[in-house]
Design a protein around this ligand. Structure first.
Ligand SMILES: C[S@@+](CC[C@H](N)C(=O)[O-])C[C@H]1O[C@@H](n2cnc3c(N)ncnc32)[C@H](O)[C@@H]1O
Length: 217
């Protein structure tokens, strides 16, 4: 894994503080079932989905930090969501995921059933900008992956501002496409830096890059 510093004042941090406790023993067969599905579909995702290795990193982050309440913005056909759910099965958590496109939402639904993770996921169809303010949950892990519709405006900052009050202290706000030019244009990181209450690291196991920002207070 390559870690890339994104600014001199955003501190690279390896997130290990939440006392990971993998509850694998109860879920070995489910985990294997999900893994088999992910392996089978490895090179066949065509809906702007995260690469396989980024999915693996998302799973690791959730399990290592024992995160239980996961929010995803941008389901598409569900590749990343399946990795999030695979992790949630190990921590005893669940995933809420939001998608605006009906076709991709329906595709994701059948993928979740086929992967055996539907019971771990609450799917929401609609604009995350409208839906997030209505959520009552508090989250310890957010994955922001709603590329395009939010560009070139301050979409990534808006998503963050909507999620921020719902993210617990110690929680992780993660974002995809931070090193490939398809995601935020830098405004999100400038905003975070000014806020001064997050530590950010970049995980780069694919061209896309994932930022991991830990809420410090
Ligand atoms: C890059 S894809 C997500 C890929 C998915 N996370 C995966 O790896 O399988 C981005 C998705 O975000 C959705 N999206 C864009 N803007 C959105 C919004 N405002 N609310 C909900 N979904 C949105 C798009 O329709 C698209 O399916």
């Amino acid at each position: 894994m390559t870690k890339v510093m994104i600014s001199t004042t955003i501190i690279s941090v390896i997130v290990t503080s939440c006392n990971a406790q993998q509850k694998g023993s109860d879920n070995i067969s489910l985990d294997q079932k999900i893994q088999n599905y992910l392996s089978l579909k490895k090179n066949s995702w065509t809906d702007y989905n995260v690469p396989y290795q980024d999915g693996q990193e998302l799973e690791k982050l959730i399990v290592q930090n024992n995160c239980k309440s996961v929010l995803e913005i941008g389901t598409s056909s569900g590749h990343s969501t399946i990795w999030l759910a695979k992790a949630a099965a190990k921590t005893g958590g669940k995933v809420i995921t939001i998608e605006i496109d009906k076709g991709r939402y329906e595709k994701a639904k059948s993928n979740f059933e086929a992967a055996g993770v539907a019971h771990l996921i609450e799917m929401m169809l609609g604009d995350a900008m409208q839906i997030i303010p209505t959520l009552n949950e508090r989250f310890d892990f957010v994955f922001s992956d709603a590329t395009w519709s939010t560009q070139p405006d301050e979409g990534y900052v808006i998503f963050f501002k909507l999620c921020e009050p719902k993210l617990i202290v110690g929680g992780l706000y993660t974002m995809h496409n931070v090193t490939d030019g398809y995601g935020d244009d830098g405004r999100f990181f400038k905003y975070l830096e000014k806020l001064g209450t997050y530590q950010t690291a970049i995980i780069k196991v694919s061209n896309n890059g994932i930022s991991v920002s830990k809420k410090l207070k």
